[in-house]
Design a protein around this ligand. Structure first.
Ligand code: F6R
Length: 245
């Protein structure tokens, strides 16, 4: 896993790299997360589409995860968040967005998602939970896990209050597995702010273990951890102040 430490320009850096990938391969298959971290990246991607610098017309977007047991129009749902933050502002055809249909058979929905991923996404953008979760792969998730139903950790349930704005918080969800994500050609893990500093350090330095799911991506051949200065503040540094990793 490579490390990129950026200052306040981190989102521009990531958005420009996504734009470059899309220009080189218009049919790019992207796994996209929700949460607060990627929002500045999505704003820049939306602006680039608006300025006709890039198009998602031929791309595919696979949603990383979804909360279960919440109503279809709840604004805290992952598909609603992604629509609001990105999809409403870009030219991705609706049928090229793979969301989870949780109204029927859950196993069938997870199998359909695995089929949509196929031999792997070209690029998986991911956020990072403070307990090391990736998507909704909570501590204990296996390195070869596939898309499946998961129970949420208490801290993840509490953190989801930021998205829901009410107190009927979900206790479970469905997520692409660590194994599903490891099929990606490239994985970019994003973490910003001081609240992510400890998990950033552990992602790079703790023993590789299911107890810290983000460590399970460390030996992926094309994994990149992009952090801002605040999220990098617990990393060991060299004499010149640069991370010694
Ligand atoms: C959401 C997701 C989660 C978040 C993580 C960090 O699709 O995959 O794993 O990335 O909980 O959330 P934020 O970015 O809100 O700190």
């Amino acid at each position: 896993m490579k490390l990129h430490v950026r200052s306040t320009d981190w989102a521009e850096h990531v958005a420009e790299a996504v734009i470059a990938r899309l220009r080189a391969r218009p049919e790019l298959k992207l796994c996209l997360p929700t949460g607060l971290t990627p929002v500045p990246v999505y704003q820049r991607l939306a602006a680039a589409v608006g300025a006709r610098r890039v198009s998602f017309r031929s791309a595919e977007v696979v949603l990383l995860d979804e909360f279960g047991g919440v109503s279809a129009d709840d604004p805290g749902r992952c598909d609603r968040m992604l629509e609001r933050d990105l999809l409403a502002h870009i030219d991705l055809p609706a049928e090229r967005f793979h969301r989870f249909d949780l109204t029927g058979d859950l196993e069938a929905a997870c199998a359909a998602h695995e089929r949509a991923v196929g031999d792997g996404c070209d690029l998986a953008l991911l956020g990072l939970g403070t307990n090391g979760h990736i998507g909704m792969n909570e501590p204990g998730s296996a390195t070869d896990s596939l898309t499946r139903r998961v129970e949420l950790a208490p801290e993840t349930i509490a953190a989801s209050q930021r998205y829901f704005g009410h107190d009927r918080l979900p206790t479970w969800g469905v997520t692409m597995g660590i194994g599903t994500l490891r099929r990606s050609r490239e994985i970019w893990l994003l973490a910003t702010g001081p609240v992510k500093a400890a998990v950033v350090r552990d992602t790079l330095l703790a023993p590789i273990s299911a107890e810290k799911p983000s460590t399970l991506l460390r030996d992926h051949p094309c994994a990149l951890l992009v952090v801002d200065n605040e999220a990098a503040e617990l990393l060991p540094v060299t004499g010149s102040g640069q991370p010694a990793l």
